[in-house]
Design a protein around this ligand. Structure first.
Ligand SMILES: Cc1cc2nc3c(=O)[nH]c(=O)nc-3n(C[C@H](O)[C@H](O)[C@H](O)COP(=O)(O)OP(=O)(O)OC[C@H]3O[C@@H](n4cnc5c(N)ncnc54)[C@H](O)[C@@H]3O)c2cc1C
Length: 429
């Protein structure tokens, strides 16, 4: 039985959003060319693209638009994979397959900011760059190689010295790093609502509070059932990410859902000018990642994960506040005043996947915490797949979901790996 995580506390992004979106629940029997299940950025960018191509699309969202990771993310727009640079991608997908995927990742931020512009999405979009500060000299060497590979693929990247990174972040806690000037940050909840508005403007129909409970075959069609209605369609796109329930068990079991927590300060006033003075977004090189960006009112928004989740609402803000204060001593004591959580879909090899069953069911999953821009880039790819574009022309090769080994144990206890990550981070040179 699917259970939805608590919707409380709601994210800061909802409170700040000027984009609002509301839709009724499905209360009838209807037809579509494609049913998209999941009202996050993946589902909505796919629905938008299919609607633009003249398809009748229905989006079913279990709770409300932006309820999942898309409305809860840190909001960093990242046009790169950092675990897999272009060289590693070319080893996994040889020839044109690899090149197409590299270009998809490289152009992902363009896709997101194009949507912002085309549909005038009011989501505090900033495009001042994305920084990856290195926490050790060894990491600096590695990310220097990564920056060079992405630059060779055409991305506007560069290596930053110790002094340059210090000036860009407002802290000397790092030893240099790299930047991708294509990146930036958004209010992810506002962006998701704007995307839903855009999809509707192109003809898609969106229903909220309409969880797909099951789908059953009916001749060449599928019937997707919700508590209040049914949709008949030959094609289904599952865009349920780490919130996937029992609809397609193999899909659910292909990712490890990891709870990630977010916390924000109050508006920092003049101090905000000293931290990230150029208003970039930053995520460092630790395995237990540290990342931060500012919102439009000068709050610092950061986050992290916990090994033990009991008391997270107190312990996580305290932990993140301490880390940030170590970097920015002028912050007040216990600076984090708001808190929320979300679920990230992690794959074992940290690569996202496009899945396809032979019977008209498609899915996109496993963005490993780097999915805001990628999900925008995947909309047209999923639309291509649904329309039957040959595999060799798709930017991502479709596959069947690979099961995570020992899924019941791994999915419950994945967070126990955090102390190991922290140990490794502290021992690196
Ligand atoms: C705390 C956090 C911080 C993050 N920070 C960043 C960041 O800074 N930058 C970045 O690029 N990425 C970040 N990510 C990752 C990014 O948010 C995700 O990769 C992306 O939002 C995934 O979008 P999605 O549409 O695939 O999934 P989601 O946004 O999770 O949407 C899935 C939707 O499916 C719905 N659903 C599930 N089952 C059903 C059903 N049966 N019927 C109907 N609807 C259903 C859910 O309610 C949900 O709304 C972060 C993620 C988290 C959790």
């Amino acid at each position: 039985m699917t259970s939805w995580p608590s919707d409380k506390p709601s994210s800061l992004w909802m409170a700040l959003s000027r984009e609002k979106f509301e839709a009724p629940a499905l209360r009838s029997e209807t037809r579509a060319d494609v049913v998209v299940i999941g009202g996050g950025i993946s589902g909505l960018s796919t629905a938008l693209e299919l609607a633009r191509r003249g398809k009748k699309v229905i989006v079913l969202e279990a709770v409300r638009i932006g309820y999942g990771a898309s409305g809860r993310a840190n909001g960093q727009v990242i046009s790169a994979l950092t675990r897999h640079g272009p060289d590693a991608i070319r080893k996994i997908w040889r020839g044109q397959k690899g090149e197409r995927f590299i270009q998809l990742v490289k152009g992902a931020a363009d896709q997101l900011y194009d949507l912002v512009e085309r549909y005038e999405i009011d989501c505090d979009a900033r495009r001042n760059g994305w920084l990856q500060p290195a926490h050790t000299p060894g990491r600096l060497k590695r990310v220097g190689g990564l920056a060079a590979q992405w630059a060779a693929a055409g991305a506007p990247t560069g290596v930053l010295s110790d002094e340059e990174m210090c000036a860009r972040l407002g802290t000397d806690a790092y030893c240099g790093g790299w930047e991708n000037r294509d990146g930036g940050h958004i209010n992810p909840y506002a962006f998701t609502c704007g995307l839903a508005r855009a999809a509707v403007s192109e003809g898609a129909v969106v229903y909220e509070n309409s969880p797909a409970i099951r789908f059953v075959r009916d001749g060449v069609d599928w019937i997707v059932e919700t508590p209040g209605g049914r949709v008949h369609a030959p094609k289904i796109v599952l865009a349920t990410a780490a919130y996937s329930g029992d609809l397609w068990q193999e899909l659910t079991r292909s990712v490890v859902p990891v709870t990630s927590y977010q916390a924000a300060t109050d508006p920092l006033g003049a101090l905000a000018d000293e931290i990230l003075p150029n208003d970039e977004a930053a995520s460092d090189t630790r395995m237990d990642l540290r990342y931060f960006r500012k919102d439009r009112e000068g709050r610092l928004v950061s986050g992290g994960a916990l090994t033990i989740q009991t008391g997270a609402a107190k312990r996580l803000p305290a932990m993140v506040g301490k880390r940030l204060k170590g970097m920015f001593p002028s912050l007040p004591e216990n600076p984090m005043t708001s808190f929320w959580d979300g679920r990230i879909a992690m794959t074992i090899d940290r690569l996202p996947r496009l899945h396809r069953r032979g019977d008209g069911i498609y899915a996109w999953i496993g963005c490993n915490g780097r999915g805001l821009a990628l999900a925008c880039a995947m909309g047209p790819v999923l639309a291509d797949a649904v329309e039957g574009v040959p595999d060799e022309q798709l930017a991502v090769m479709p596959s069947m979901p690979p099961g995570v080994p020992f899924y019941p144990v791994v999915s419950r206890f994945a967070r126990l790996i955090l102390p190991w990550y922290r140990f490794k981070d502290s021992r690196e040179i």
